[in-house]
Design a protein around this ligand. Sequence first.
Ligand code: SAH
Length: 382
Amino acid sequence: MNKILLRKGRERSVLKGHPWVFSGAIASGVEVCDSKGEKIALGWYSPASQIRVRIVPDAPIADLIAEAVGRRAAFYADDAVTAIRLVNAENDLIPGLIADCYAGHVVCQFTSAGADARKEEIADALMKFAPFCQSVSERCDVDSRAKEGLATEPAFRVLRGAEPPELVEIAENGVKFLVDVRRGHKTGFYLDQRDARAAVGRLANGADVLNCFCYSGGFGLFARACGAESVTQVDISGDALALAKKNEALQHYCGTKMEYVEADVFQFLRKCRDAGRKFDFIVLDPPKFAATKGQLMKAARGYKDINLLAMKLLKPYGTLASFSCSGAMDAAFFDTVLAEAAEDAHRKFQVVARTRAGADHPVLLSFPEGAYLKGVVLRSIS
Ligand code: SAH
């Protein structure tokens, strides 16, 4: 037997004998029971989603948020980093809640019906517990909300505190970035690549760097800060490149030659091949090619294509930093794709580093799906 839990105060109409219960009267909390009817867990119910129930702890949401924020204390002690993820959804035991903080401006995505139904409580708790919090906003323009049957408009709105500035300035390990919290990708910035950007930058000294899928300049600006000879930043989005240029202007002067190219990477790599253009260091950080397991093989062909092309554009002893943020593709399969590309490119590579999302994007040990991002740094030895 299913139990339907009504929201506080919404019992009256049933008690008075009305025969209907509307969706708005139903609280999204449910008990998850074993086959004998014994309760084994609590969950949030998502009527429209394939993931019908998401397991949650039996604790007030404000406590869960206070704990998630508390686990980030080390980041708050580090002045070099002013933008961090405060809540990483399931991995912080709050299913469907992403909360990213940009220099005191917190931007949330509520991607489960349960989190969406609790957004007021969540916003209050973030204002209260996130250190130096000036505002809490919400981004609705995310595909996963549509899958949950949740509205995808308005794209952005402030829930608590002051309107954030048009562009919020953040610092990441010595490099400054402007973040467009209203229109930028995700909540405005790819915070999950922080450690990878730092690692890649350190390897790019003196190199001619090609940064593919550059968004607001990330990897390229780290390479510049670490003394790259030249950096070519490529993205298909003119808006992203405009922001990347603004970000370059925020940094200290340095002699690195910067070039910005608005192009489809698949085509740009072929153009470089045809022109015989070569690079010492190439970064490939594409968007998610596989959203589901069903798209995996098509995605694998896409990853192989760009990696094969990039490998061929590397000068001898060059370095390729290659990433995949497709959760459906695990790290072992990504390695296989890279190995096949290397074979076809007739090049030999060493793995010199592996990267993943930083400590503010923890992954629950019992939830391997949480580990969507992987990076491999390959050095050509032939
Ligand atoms: N490396 C970036 C994040 C990359 S996100 C960082 O550190 O911040 C992926 C980027 O790929 C987006 O900016 C998107 O505009 C761009 N993109 C998507 N498809 C593309 C294509 N076919 N060619 C070039 N850029 C593309």
